[in-house]
Design a protein around this ligand. Structure first.
Ligand code: THU
Length: 137
């Protein structure tokens, strides 16, 4: 799947965002290594801190279906190009390699891509032994 196709899915997903407080709607389209797409939107809450971002929503959808290997994610917002928050970057770090790609843009003709390494250099992750366990649990 091309970046443009994935971004268009994120754009469409954005329409389902629940963002009555910020009015900042976000959609995410996460591509698994198997070629499956998982969509997510931001879901806000009256208790603001309980809000979940679109990117994490997409990861939760995928992991809940047993999918844990990913190649890229596209992020679309109601206000143009935007990049994942720190918590979402850490969430990605749990399941993705440094080469995982994050795509955003003001529209489908102006996409920008960054790797997870670029967005989260020196990120925290448990060691290889723990990662092997993670694959089984
Ligand atoms: N938000 C996301 O869903 N993803 C991002 O990458 C940045 C921020 C959401 C959280 C909140 O609902 C709204 O955007 C404003 O922060």
């Amino acid at each position: 799947m091309t970046d443009k196709e994935l971004f268009k899915l994120a754009l469409k997903a954005k329409d389902k965002a629940y963002a009555p407080f910020s009015k900042f709607a976000v959609g995410a389209a996460l591509l698994s290594e198997d070629g499956e797409v998982f969509l997510g939107v931001n879901v806000e809450n009256s208790s603001y801190g309980a809000t979940i971002c679109a990117e994490r929503s997409a990861f939760v959808q995928a992991v809940s279906k047993g999918v844990r290997a990913f190649s890229k994610i596209a992020v679309a917002t109601s206000q143009g190009e935007a990049w994942p928050c720190g918590i979402c970057r850490q969430f990605m770090k749990e399941f993705c390699d440094d080469s995982f790609e994050i795509i955003s843009g003001s529209d489908e003709e102006h996409l920008v891509t960054h790797t997870l390494l670029e967005l989260l250099p020196l990120g925290f992750k448990l060691d290889d032994e723990c990662n092997q366990i993670k694959g089984k649990v």
